[in-house]
Write a protein that binds this ligand. Structure first.
Ligand SMILES: [Ca+2]
Ligand SMILES: [Ca+2]
Ligand SMILES: [Ca+2]
Ligand SMILES: [Ca+2]
Length: 333
């Protein structure tokens, strides 16, 4: 290609046939901006580790401009507003981070970048940045503590309750498994266990106790560090009414003088049940022996009173015995 001189000098003369005038015209030749910058790729792909320190290198991109001189000098401009706080790009097309990036907030970003020459011509490309997961979230249980109940007569093997935890991380970093907290007492681990995948708590063996307290751990499968959380579960055993009340004594004996006043307390009977809660509430009535209605019993306390004036009836005999059968029952009044 022939080199174009940077200035051209023209000698110009004009004549009207009589007079001639001559002038010299200097023309400075400027190069034309023939080429727009062009990226080597329209789309670049880059991976960036989550939480990488500020200033980490993401990728270097490059645009070329065939013009010599300033029209061939390229500078890079990050066009995406949202990316400008997070990434920088320097004169060599090197993209670096300005912030630590959180994959759980945004796992992928596409940056639009322009290469601009001194003449204002430009070319464009995109850079897709994929944020790679780091195990930076522990599993979180759905509740701060769990309460469940089971009936006292359930068979071993029964599923009692289920806990669930979520982990925001990706893949193994977010895969949750459940276990009984290893510091749980031996006693608890013999009575209950938990399915590592589903979080279902299962009864292994029954024991006479009104509640169980266990601690469950949810762990992720992160490498190299596994993260975990703990939660407490209280399981209340709902009693069934299967223990009939037993009187503390088989026979109660009361002796009354013949002139006893109406309303006098005769005796107080007492029965108890091995059940718990309302199933241990005992009620009393007189089952038989009280056909004349001489005695009353307090249904709640077992307190028996004389409800009759004895003297007229009993005068004829020196002593008189009366057998009463008291019934104690539990549950509903
Ligand atoms: Ca150019
Ligand atoms: Ca994160
Ligand atoms: Ca993460
Ligand atoms: Ca995790």
């Amino acid at each position: 290609m022939q080199r174009v001189p940077s200035t051209i000098t023209l000698n110009v003369s004009v004549s009207d046939g009589v007079f001639t005038s001559t002038a010299q015209v200097h023309i400075r030749v400027e190069r034309a901006n023939l080429h727009a910058p062009q990226f080597t790729q329209g789309m670049y792909e880059a991976d960036l580790q989550e939480n990488a320190p500020v200033g980490s290198k993401v990728i270097a991109i490059r645009a070329q401009d065939a013009d010599p001189g300033p029209f061939g000098d390229v500078r890079y401009v990050l066009l995406s507003d949202s990316a400008r706080d997070l990434f920088s790009i320097d004169g060599n097309g090197q993209i670096k981070t300005l912030e630590r990036l959180d994959r759980e907030e945004r796992s992928e970003m596409v940056l639009s970048i322009a290469a601009v020459d001194a003449g204002g011509r430009s070319g464009y490309c995109s850079v897709r940045v994929t944020i790679l997961d780091e195990n930076d979230n522990a599993p979180q249980f759905g509740a701060s503590e769990y309460h469940a109940s089971m009936r006292s007569e359930v068979e071993p093997g029964t599923l009692v309750t289920q806990v669930q935890a979520w982990d925001l991380d990706q893949g193994a970093n977010g895969q949750v498994s459940y276990s009984l907290y290893s510091e749980a007492s031996m006693q608890v681990t013999e009575l209950l266990d938990i399915d590592p995948d589903s979080g279902w708590v299962r009864l292994l063996d029954r024991e006479v106790q009104s509640s169980y307290h266990i601690t469950v751990r949810a762990s992720d499968q992160g490498v190299p560090v596994r993260l975990s959380s703990l939660v407490n579960i209280t399981i209340t055993v709902l009693d069934i009414n299967d223990n009939p009340p037993v009187f503390e004594r088989r026979d109660y004996l009361a002796t009354l003088p013949e002139d006893v006043a109406v309303g006098t307390e005769v005796v107080q009977v007492y029965a108890a049940s091995k059940d718990i809660g309302t199933n241990a509430d005992i009620y009393y009535n007189i089952r038989s022996g009280n056909q004349q209605g001489h005695f009353t019993i307090n249904i709640n306390t077992g307190d028996m009173h004389l409800d009759y004036y004895l003297r007229p009836t009993f005068l004829s005999t020196p002593t008189m015995a009366q057998n009463l059968f008291i019934h104690a029952y539990s549950g509903q009044k």
